[in-house]
Design a protein. Structure first.
Length: 388
């Protein structure tokens, strides 16, 4: 709801909206550096640092007096959010075997998405009745997440999955640049993973264009308020994510991440078309239905593809960090492209048509990757470069 808050409460302009929506994917580029930190410290200490950087700044939004205060909190939290995927991937690898991980991840997504739905609906209704209610519910939500982090820390200890601290603590300039060298080395060595990332880069072009234009479309073109957007978009989208999480996890276990993503990317091409055809809350709900069905498969492939492709458990966090870092590149390039196309043409049709084409192309790339993988074994994967 943060982009809508920026637009409707603080009067953000188009490019100011771009800074809000682009902040999260752009700063995911920091994920590779978070992975380097994960290798130097224990999992429990890492989780505490993650809470302080990624979650605690969101409580400060309650004190925001203007757009720039909101943006500062959003950007700091976005830098911290980049640290979630490496530890998420590492814990999934530690806790669950390859044969069932997709189904288990699907089960785990159910409470996650139910929580998201309840939060989006509750905050949307609350904001529609009180524009300053974010000053109350943001600290409450941060408190709830603090409980979640505490539970995770307890699980790490209970399962003796502490790990971490595998790299010397001394940090040099060479050490600072080592994660970037490790990223390039991994992509050069593992051609299958490189092609997987290339397909996700194309998909990311379509996703980022839709993402940056969505708050503008629902407010300026459709004229919807917080409650209407939360019900027609966020709740519908997450509802289908809940309903399909386990079936698509089962499908990923059976057919693999490449074919799962290929089918999901193809279906996702209908989402920007649905946004263009929407004339109100009902039309937005239909588009969000398509989005939820498609993204249920994409989310499985996004998280579990790198986990599956990593050649050993100790490389999982690195593969996930590489994957997440490239989201930052997509955020910088394609959210700016989407906003620039919109400002240049003055209409939503052209950039959203570009997004639909990107989804179709990504589906073709992922299908080609699957076909090639059946005939060619992946090459050996280079050890990530780290500073000793």
């Amino acid at each position: 709801m943060t982009p809508l808050l920026a637009r409707l409460r603080f009067g953000a302009g188009d490019w100011q909206m771009y800074l809000i929506t682009a902040s999260v994917p752009t700063f995911l580029a920091a994920s590779i550096f978070w992975d380097a930190l994960l290798r130097r410290i224990t999992l429990r200490r890492y989780l505490m640092i993650h809470f302080c950087v990624a979650i605690l700044p969101m409580a400060a939004i309650a004190l925001a007096q203007n757009y720039w205060h909101l943006l500062a909190c959003q950007m700091l939290a976005a830098i911290g959010a980049a640290g979630w995927s490496p530890i998420n991937g590492a814990l999934l690898k530690k806790f669950y075997s390859d044969s069932v991980r997709g189904r288990v991840f699907g089960v785990l997504l159910v409470p996650f998405n139910l929580g998201f739905m309840a939060t989006a609906l509750g905050t949307g209704i609350w904001l529609s009745h009180d524009a300053d209610s974010f000053r109350v519910f943001m600290p409450l939500l941060v408190g709830a997440q603090a409980v979640g982090i505490a539970i995770l820390i307890g699980l790490v200890g209970a399962t003796r999955s502490e790990g971490g601290a595998t790299v010397g603590s001394a940090l040099t300039w060479r050490g600072v640049l080592a994660p970037l060298r490790g990223l390039a080395a991994t992509l050069r060595a593992d051609r299958r993973f490189l092609r997987y990332e290339a397909a996700f880069m194309t998909y990311g072009a379509g996703f980022m264009i839709c993402d940056v234009l969505f708050p503008l479309l629902v407010t300026d073109r459709l004229g919807l308020d917080y409650e209407q957007v939360s019900k027609s978009a966020h709740v519908v989208f997450r509802g289908f994510m809940v309903a399909l999480a386990f079936p698509l996890g089962w499908m990923l276990d059976r057919i693999g991440p490449a074919r799962t993503c290929a089918a999901s990317f193809a279906l996702l091409a209908l989402y920007p078309i649905g946004l263009l055809l929407a004339s109100g809350a009902l039309g937005l709900g239909v588009a969000s239905t398509l989005y939820g069905v498609a993204m249920a498969g994409v989310f499985q492939g996004w998280m579990l593809g790198p986990v599956t492709m990593a050649s050993s458990p100790d490389k999982v966090s690195h593969y996930v960090a590489v994957h997440t870092t490239l989201v930052g590149i997509r955020g910088v390039l394609f959210q700016a492209l989407g906003m620039a196309l919109f400002r240049w043409t003055g209409m939503f049709e052209f950039p959203l048509a570009v997004a639909a084409c990107a989804f179709v192309w990504a589906a073709w790339q992922m299908r080609r990757l699957h076909d090639a993988s059946r005939a060619v074994q992946p090459t050996a994967v280079a050890k990530p470069v780290v500073d000793q």
